[in-house]
Design a protein around this ligand. Sequence first.
Ligand SMILES: [Mg+2]
Length: 330
Amino acid sequence: MTRRRRCGEFEGIARYFAPLARAYPFAFGLRDDAALLRLRAGEDAVVTSDAMVAGVHFFPDDAPDLVAAKLLRTNLSDLAAKGARPIGYQLVTAWSAQTGEDWMAAFARGLAGEQRRYAVALMGGDTVATPGPASFAITAIGRVRRGAMIRRSGARAGQDIYVSGHIGDAHLGLLLRRGDFRLERDKVSARYLLRRHQLPEPRLVLGRALVGLASAAVDVSDGLLADLGHICEASGVGARVELMALPISRQALRAMALAPATRLALASGGDDYEICFTAPRAVRERIVRLSARLGLPLTRIGAVIRGTGVEAIGADGSAIRVDQTGYRHF
Ligand SMILES: [Mg+2]
């Protein structure tokens, strides 16, 4: 991490961030110009980046440790979808007038907790000050057996489409956070949905288990239907999704009675950080067993078809065509 001596606050970088690099010996305590990435024979490095800007990707009054945790987790989620095992990450921070030393300390504490949870370490990065809103970017680095990274481009017509966990919790959590509706009588569900929005769980164990099983995979960050659309585009196929087959949590079902949110909205709202993947029909049994072994729902929600784009089938059998510009009923 390049340290720039601009103000006293940046002296704090060494205090708050250098300890995060201790667990990765080839980061040299952040005292060199670069870190070293040493892979084992027969492995590929998988690299992915995600950024967050105050007021755009998080609320300026969000807890700093949660902001840090979500930033790291969204990056780990991308590694998960590729079947990779995380090694560490680079962090670039642009601190604003609103993110003083207390904020910075809490942000670093958040990262420390996540590092223990996911066995990763800080490998380097850069720090600057900005007159604009604070922004943070992480580049996560993982490893995978050579050639085994799960691409977006392997889906073939006739294969099944699955999604892990539950879809729509994070969207409802965001609506709650924005005050678009209330769940006053059910605080337990409200807390659960908010948590799912603020602190997604990267499906790392699942991702690794999908190597050799899934033909294509993506993590759900833009919304299930949009991200499935990315698989379709890269694979040159279409997809048909049954909205009634979507795995909706009981907390989300309760909230939907009050929230301005349909199943189509849950499938379009982003931030679930579940894994959407395709797989040949021949491995259906293996996926059922994998779901039981992980204690994680893996729900078959549709099929890969010839053509282009994503088609969502409603409860009444009507088809809704989904593309980048929105929905078209036909
Ligand atoms: Mg992604």
